[in-house]
Structure formats: C-alpha cells, structure tokens
Design a binder for this molecule. Structure first.
Ligand SMILES: Cc1cc2nc3c(=O)[nH]c(=O)nc-3n(C[C@H](O)[C@H](O)[C@H](O)COP(=O)(O)OP(=O)(O)OC[C@H]3O[C@@H](n4cnc5c(N)ncnc54)[C@H](O)[C@@H]3O)c2cc1C
Length: 411
C-alpha cells in the first residue's frame, strides 16, 4: 500500500502534521516506537501541560533566541492564539492563572494528548505503535518511503517528527538525526537544554531544596553576558535548577562544551540592591540588636541558605545584629547580590527537557518545513535545531511546525 503521508514519531509535532494532512483527505499513518503516543506531552508542565503561552507572535519568536526568526512564519500561521482555539474546538478549555502560561483548564496533560489522538482518529489517521523507523527510502533523490527493520512502507510524503535525544526514558533518541542525515541534512551537535546544572561548590548540597522566587542568573563570561534569566531558582544536591537556571542551561551547556567549566553569577534578590541590604542591616542594628542575624536573615530567605551565609561571614548561629561587623555585612552583600558558582556539567540528556542543536535550519523551508535537500521529506518539531525557554515555547514550536508540514502536504 502507498500512503500519501507517513509520519515518524507520535509526539505533538507528528500528530499535528498527521491530523492536518488527513483532514485534507490524505491517507496518513503515524509510526511510533513506544507503546503509546505522546509520552512527553503527558509529563509536560509537571503533568499539567503548559501547552502554549499568551505572547503575540512578534514577542514570541525573539524569545527563542538565535534561531527564533526561523519560526516567525509558522507562528504567524499557527501561533499561541490559534493553538488555544484549536484545542477549544477539540473540547479542551484553557486557563492562564498568571496571564502568561497556558494550561488545559482541567490541568491534565492527558486532555491535550487525548484531544489530539481523538482528532487524528476521527480524521482517519492510523497510529501504529511499537514501530521504530530506521531508514528513509530514497529513490532517484526523492524520499519515497520508510523502513522499519526489513519492512518497507511507501509514501508520497514523509515527515520526520522524532523529537530530540532528551529523556531517553520517554523515547528520546538520535534516530531523527540519522534519518535526516541520510537525506543530506547537516546536524548541529545536540546538547542538553532546560537541564539542571552541576556545580563544583560542595556547600550547595546543604541548601538542597531551598528555593528563591525571583533570582537573576547570568553567565559570567565575556561573550555570554547577554545570557541571563530571572525567575524561580532551586538548590539541588548537586547544583542548581528551577526555571531561571533551566532557561540559560542550553547556553551554559554550549559554553561547557567549549571551555570545560562556566562561571555563573546569581543575584538572589534582584529587586534588593546592595545599598538596600546595607540599610536593612543598619535597621536591624538600631531596632533589633538582640535578635540573631541567622533568624533575621531567615525571615527573608530559606534558613539553610541563611546558615550558609552566616558561615561565610564568620557569624555563629548566636551572633546578634548588635555584633554584626562591617566585614560580615560586606560578605552578606556580595553573596546575596553576586554569588559565584562554577558549573562543571549538566544532568545530561537523562535530565534534560529538550535538546539544543539538531537538524540545521538552513536545509529546511520555514514556511512548509519541507526539506530543501531531498523532495518528499518534511521535518518538524524538536528534531530541528530550535529550542525555547520554559513557558510553553517548545510545545508551541512543535505544534506550529507540525501544522505547517501537514498543511504543505495537504496542498
Ligand atoms: C519533563 C518534560 C516537561 C516538559 N514540559 C513542557 C511544557 O510544559 N511546555 C512545553 O512547551 N514543553 C515542554 N517540554 C518539551 C516538549 O515536551 C517537547 O519540546 C515536545 O514534546 C517536542 O515535540 P516533538 O513532537 O518534536 O517530539 P516528542 O514529543 O519527543 O515526540 C517524538 C516521538 O517520536 C518517537 N520516536 C522517536 N524516534 C522514532 C523513530 N525512529 N520511529 C518512530 N517513532 C520515533 C518518540 O518515541 C516520541 O513519541 C517538556 C519536556 C519534558 C521532557
């Protein structure tokens, strides 16, 4: 049998591409290596699925960084607003508690996946699980099908939507890169992104679990100063995590690749300047001289971190505000407003939400997501060299690119 459209990978990009092609009457099959489709959708947003956000297209694509412009056209066709409308039309209402992140109103990722799979089934898409696509069939320079082991499937169009190497436990692998390489595409070395960082400072373990709502994290390297993020930060047993850290982790991974180690600087309270901290210490001296510095600090931050600060500044747990030396004040100020960390690694693809790198964008048309190298091939989703920060950016890109690939095949 010859299909109009074969899709490799039943993630958000592949399912969306299949749906749009099938709705146009194209005979479509999706091959998925796992037992079930959409493993990453199910775990996304901690099971709540932050499936898009409320940014307009012109604000959205610049947030994707160096490669963002590539997505501008696709987002113009199927951006956040259209994605919200699409799921609404499938019976999934949305909510946005902070007016930025968008979740299904049920806060169940399964509703997003269920809507997509149901829509696919209704449109006549066949989803065949337990089937891994190993090679593209290329005849006379045109993709004419795929092979899974020794079984061949013929198609007029093939979409590679196999995702990235992130989270092998959920199906992450490099087969998409292998397939696209076969069709003549260059691959930018994939690196873990949206990934916790490992630091050299052993004391972080004593603060594991301590979190800050609004820290500013920056890479302290001449060519990377622009890479900074502000948001929640979390200490782990081995280093640092939380959205602010995850958002710059792809750039940190790139810098580690080049330099081995990377210096980060963190301002734990960017709204509180050095002068404001000094005024606060003066206030404690005048009004609360008998209170311990540890307790006073712990009113503003996790106790474990306050303990670390005290040990750095030479204060005991009993040191009172009246006995706070100017040297100790200076130490507190520098640790709170510009604490240095040496990052020596990441949690790797096992701990990464996405990958930075992938199929080089120069070989892909940004309107149709068709391969510029080999006719008959489309490439969509995270297998491409595009990644975004936390906040619904990555699922949006997967939906948008899948939609445009499907639309191109439908035409
Ligand atoms: C823990 C976690 C939380 C996340 N939370 C969010 C979030 O809240 N918001 C957000 O925007 N993004 C989030 N992401 C990122 C987002 O899930 C991904 O960017 C998105 O799923 C990528 O979509 P995709 O379709 O390109 O690839 P995937 O979702 O990875 O789908 C690819 C599919 O292809 C299958 N496959 C791979 N190789 C083959 C092959 N050779 N043959 C057949 N099948 C194959 C895989 O098994 C997989 O099912 C999260 C990711 C993780 C891991």
């Amino acid at each position: 049998m010859t299909y109009d459209c074969i899709v490799a990978g039943a993630g958000p990009a592949g399912l969306m591409a299949a749906l749009i092609a099938a709705r146009a009457g194209k005979k479509t099959i999706v091959f998925e290596q796992n037992a079930r489709p959409g493993a990453k959708i199910l775990v996304s947003g901690g099971g709540r699925c932050n499936f898009t956000n409320t940014l307009g297209v012109d604000e959205f694509w610049p947030r994707l960084g160096r490669q963002g412009r590539f997505m501008a056209q696709a987002l113009g066709v199927f951006g956040p607003e259209a994605i919200i409308e699409f799921f609404k039309s499938c019976g999934v209402e949305h909510m946005s508690p902070d007016t930025f992140h968008v979740y299904p109103a049920s806060e169940k990722a399964a509703d997003i996946l269920g809507a997509l799979v149901t829509a696919c089934t209704r449109a006549g898409v066949e989803i065949r699980t337990h089937t891994k696509i190993d090679t593209l069939v290329i005849e006379a320079g045109i993709v004419t099908g795929v092979a899974s082991g020794s079984t061949f499937f013929k198609a007029k169009n093939v979409v590679v939507a196999t995702g990235s190497m992130a989270r092998p436990d959920l199906g992450g692998n490099e087969s998409g890169y292998t397939l696209c390489r076969q069709a003549g595409h260059a691959i930018k070395t994939p690196l873990p992104a949206l990934v916790p960082l490992k630091t050299e400072e052993p004391w972080v373990a004593s603060c594991a679990g301590a979190s800050f709502e609004h820290a500013r994290v920056a890479i302290d390297l001449p060519k990377y100063r622009a890479f900074a993020a502000t948001g929640p930060l979390l200490f782990t047993h081995q280093g640092l995590s939380g959205p602010a850290v995850l958002d710059i982790s792809g750039s940190v991974a790139e810098a580690i690749e080049r330099l081995g180690k990377v210096l980060l600087t963190i301002d734990f309270f960017p709204e509180t300047s050095r002068e404001m901290w000094l005024n606060r210490f003066d206030g404690w001296y005048e009004r609360l001289p008998r209170k311990t510095v540890l307790n006073l600090l712990a009113d503003h931050m996790p106790r474990s971190f306050a303990q670390f600060l005290c040990s750095q500044a030479g204060c005991t747990p009993e040191t009172t505000a009246a006995h706070l030396t100017s040297q100790a004040r200076r130490t507190f100020c520098s640790q709170l407003t510009g604490c240095f960390f040496t990052v020596c690694g990441t949690s790797g693809f096992d701990g990464a939400m996405v990958a930075r790198g992938g199929v080089a964008l120069a070989g892909v048309d940004p309107e149709s997501f068709a391969s510029k190298k080999t006719p008959g091939l489309h490439i969509a989703g995270e297998v491409l060299d595009i990644d975004g920060p936390c906040g619904g950016f990555n699922l949006t890109c997967a939906f948008a690119s899948g939609y445009c690939a499907g639309l191109s095949i439908a035409k």
